[in-house]
Design a binder for this molecule. Structure first.
Ligand SMILES: [Zn+2]
Length: 218
């Protein structure tokens, strides 16, 4: 049964059947969690992604979740959550930082596509986090655009006392929490939607080796 559930839902959403009753953030979260369980167990579900679905989706999109995550080649949201075309509105930038372009993209998904869940997903062994931690511990010259990324991450982890043993883990979590709260407070669109209960913004950590997504409680 579980193998057929996702394509059916994809088709219903793609055809607009659920448009009048957009899924709640909690139900979307449960849907992502069940997809990740399938991914962890190697039970991929790619059935239903065919020409008829592409034609349906060409008319409109109704993604159920926004995923803001790292550009890292090992962190592919559609695979990690076992989802298909049209399911996820994905924004990827190294270190999963937020800037005006990212906020604008999320606002579009929330305001115009009625997406009810935003996931800010960092990952273990993140090179961008490692670069920011190294720079914070021992500042060094970065004279290219990577500086924009590390500065943003360093701003997010500035309040954390970094020591040698757990610096990367603390920075990883702080960076996610910082981004979640900045989106929560982003005015006017996101903060209003959160206040009305129409939107939830949650943090998550992806483990590259196990494939598991760990969800952060607020
Ligand atoms: Zn990364």
């Amino acid at each position: 049964m579980k193998y057929y559930l996702t394509p059916v839902l994809v088709l219903l959403f793609a055809t607009g059947t659920f448009c009048q009753h957009a899924p709640t953030s909690d139900s979307v979260l449960a849907w992502l969690k069940s997809g990740n369980t399938l991914f962890v167990h190697g039970e991929f579900n790619l059935m239903g992604i065919d020409s008829s679905l592409r034609i349906e989706l060409s008319k409109a999109q109704h993604p159920k979740a926004v995923i803001l995550t790292c550009s890292d080649s090992r962190v592919a949201p559609e695979l990690i959550f076992d989802k298909g075309l049209g399911d996820l509105f994905v924004i990827r930038v190294a270190g999963n930082i937020s800037d005006d372009a990212v906020v604008g993209s999320i606002e579009y998904a929330v305001e115009h596509l009625h997406t009810s869940l935003v996931v800010v997903m960092g990952h273990k062994n993140c090179g961008a986090i490692a670069a920011a931690v190294a720079d914070q511990q021992k500042p060094h010259e970065i004279d290219n655009h990577i500086r924009i990324l590390t500065d943003k991450i360093e701003q997010a982890v500035a309040a954390v006392k970094l020591n040698e043993s757990d610096a990367s883990q603390k920075a990883l979590l702080s960076n996610i929490i910082f981004t979640v709260s900045s989106l929560d407070e982003s005015r006017p669109v996101l903060s209003e939607a959160v206040k009305k209960g129409e939107l939830k913004i949650v943090g998550a950590v992806y483990d590259l080796s196990s494939g598991k997504v760990q969800w952060l409680d607020k």
